[in-house]
Ligand binder design. Structure first.
Ligand SMILES: [Zn+2]
Length: 244
């Protein structure tokens, strides 16, 4: 029996994409973990906190090799990356993936109420840090991830963090945005966030012919919602540093 199932939910969506969620992490903290199936390889975008085994679950679902790509190195997205063999992330955050600290992965922000269950007895959240996950396949702007019958392009959207990337499938108009865009208040106040650069990235995102945004947190949405979230942010709403 696979007991890990209770720690992750798995929802199939169109276009051979599934959404994996950590069931023991609060809804306002857990990231969206995306599983995209290709003919030759599968792609995992973001990996959650990694407090429970995730890679084993996915290996049971897929017989193909898996590329695990983190949109950035924050603990809620990159905590599980060390469980995968092929580890991908942007060059600008390579050092953080290799030598994570609570500060560099913003794990100082996680609070007891964000975990519905601890992974083991004696677990100490206040000193927890994600496992090091040295990048095996660094990516940068324009790189292509080839899954066989479909391919994805890396789009560098710095601002939330210096190495934040989105993953773009031109054929379907699907963009996986990580923490660059989701339906909520956008985090532009972290130690390595640069709001002015973040704005430039959001401005650039508006130029893509988007059909669907699969965000780093919360629900997916279409182009109209994308524009309204970005417009809100530009006018000072949805900003951590400039709440309106
Ligand atoms: Zn983040």
């Amino acid at each position: 029996m696979n007991t890990n199932k209770i720690y992750y939910s798995y929802q199939n969506l169109p276009n051979e994409i599934s959404l994996i969620l950590e069931t023991k992490v609060s809804q306002n903290w857990r990231c969206n973990i995306w599983h995209i199936r290709g003919s030759e390889r599968d792609l995992i975008i973001d990996t959650g906190l990694g407090l429970w085994p995730i890679a084993d679950d996915i290996f049971q679902i897929s017989e193909r090799s898996i590329i695990a790509l983190c949109t950035h190195s924050h603990h809620d997205h990159a905590g599980g990356l060390n469980q995968f063999k092929i580890k991908s992330g942007h060059l600008a955050e390579q050092d953080i993936f290799s030598n994570p600290t609570r500060k560099s992965t913003v794990a100082d922000l996680i609070k007891p109420e964000h975990l519905l269950e601890y992974p083991y007895e004696g677990f100490k959240l206040e000193s927890w840090c994600m496992e090091a996950a040295p990048i095996t396949n660094p990516v940068q702007e324009g790189d292509i991830i080839d899954l066989g019958n479909r391919s994805f392009q890396i789009i560098h959207f710095p601002g939330h963090s210096p190495g934040s990337v989105a993953v773009w499938e031109e054929k379907t108009g699907i963009m996986f945005t990580g923490d660059t865009l989701y339906d909520g208040v956008l985090y532009d106040h972290l130690y390595h966030s640069i709001p002015e650069i973040f704005k430039e990235s959001l401005q650039r995102l508006k130029e893509f012919p988007i059909a669907t945004i699969h965000a780093g947190h919360g629900p997916s949405f279409g182009t109209n919602k994308m524009h309204s979230i970005i417009d809100d942010y530009m006018s000072g709403k949805r900003s951590m540093i400039c709440p309106v």
